[in-house]
Design a protein around this ligand. Structure first.
Ligand SMILES: Nc1ncnc2c1ncn2[C@@H]1O[C@H](COP(=O)(O)OP(=O)(O)O)[C@@H](O)[C@H]1O
Ligand SMILES: [Mg+2]
Length: 293
């Protein structure tokens, strides 16, 4: 990756004052470049600082040190350049589906006419398959539909970066599956750059181009997704690389995330260049003869 990244997280650290004096470090020396159009997922244990990182990226929290550069400029607060989708939907209850989306779009594009805003919003309503429900209020929608409005609203403002904090975790499995696939399709079609937090391994495998594995100490490893780009939730488990990837992620969460600090102890470790791995099945021509019978 030699191209200049769209987003660059540089030496980011967040510390909190401890009760009774001193400081606790949530994370430090975090470096991560994100290319335009990339879908990056961050996985890690509860409490390792995922939401804190997302809040810093959104401009809702200040880092203790380090910086986030978006398109060559250091960020200094919230901006419509960076849209956030939270776990809850956070829609305005007195506005319709179209109204909620249009409100965000007109804030971003105050120069647009009502008609232009409306036509633009309708396109995103159609993209998330909510056509026919434009004039409903949030109270008339199911949980999955509300989350769809949240996704449409975030995408409609055409942000440079879409930030998502476990956006599908409150949904039932069936709704979650179809929304994940829609989110992937839309982000690919629109070239959207995404940073998403999840604790769901299958979700990360379906959606992400790269998966960042975080520990309670240093950022650990970057995993490149070896699965084909046109993967589908229903069939990706049949791909030869599915289990090597899944096992690698699972092993990290279950054991390595705790032992990682000792794993790198005494070895040269450059936080600017975390290990990059691409778990794959053994290539067919390399399978030993005994294993292929
Ligand atoms: N305002 C705060 N004051 C002190 N500690 C905090 C504050 N906010 C978060 N933390 C601590 O920072 C750590 C990371 O929190 P968070 O980013 O929410 O984790 P995650 O999203 O990975 O579960 C936690 O250990 C939490 O206790
Ligand atoms: Mg969190």
């Amino acid at each position: 990756m030699t191209e200049k990244p769209l987003i660059s997280i540089e030496a980011l650290a967040r510390r909190y004052p401890k009760r009774g004096g001193g400081e606790t470090t949530v994370f430090e020396d975090l470096w991560l470049p994100i290319q335009k159009g990339e879908f990056v997922c961050l996985i890690g244990h509860s409490g390792c600082g995922k939401t804190t990182i997302l809040n810093v990226l959104a401009g809702l929290d200040q880092p203790s040190s380090g910086s986030v550069i978006v398109d060559g400029r250091e960020i200094s607060g919230p901006s419509l350049d960076r849209a956030v989708i939270f776990q809850g939907h956070s829609l305005l209850p007195w506005m319709t589906v179209l109204g909620n989306i249009a409100f965000a779009v007109s804030s971003r594009r105050p120069e647009w006419s009502r008609e232009t805003v409306r036509a633009h919003c309708q396109r995103y309503v159609d993209l998330v398959h909510l056509s026919g429900s434009e004039h409903k209020k949030p109270s008339e929608l199911s949980g999955g539909m509300k989350q769809r409005v949240g996704i449409a609203r975030a995408l409609a403002i055409e942000p440079k970066m879409l930030l998502m904090d476990e956006p599908f975790s409150a949904l039932d499995a069936l709704t979650r599956g179809s929304l994940q696939e829609e989110a992937r399709r839309i982000c690919r079609e629109t070239g959207q750059t995404v940073f998403m937090i999840t604790h769901d391994i299958d979700e990360a495998m379906l959606l992400a181009d790269r998966i960042v594995l975080m520990t309670n100490g240093p950022q650990a490893e970057i995993v490149e997704n070896p699965l084909p780009r046109d993967r589908l939730a229903a069939s990706m488990h049949r791909h030869a690389d599915y289990y090597p990837l899944r096992n690698h992620l699972l092993e990290f969460l279950v054991t390595r995330s705790k032992s990682f600090a000792s794993e790198i102890e005494g070895r040269p470790y450059d936080p600017r260049k975390p290990a990059v791995v691409r778990p794959c099945a053994v290539a067919e021509d390399k399978v030993p003869a005994a294993a292929s019978v």
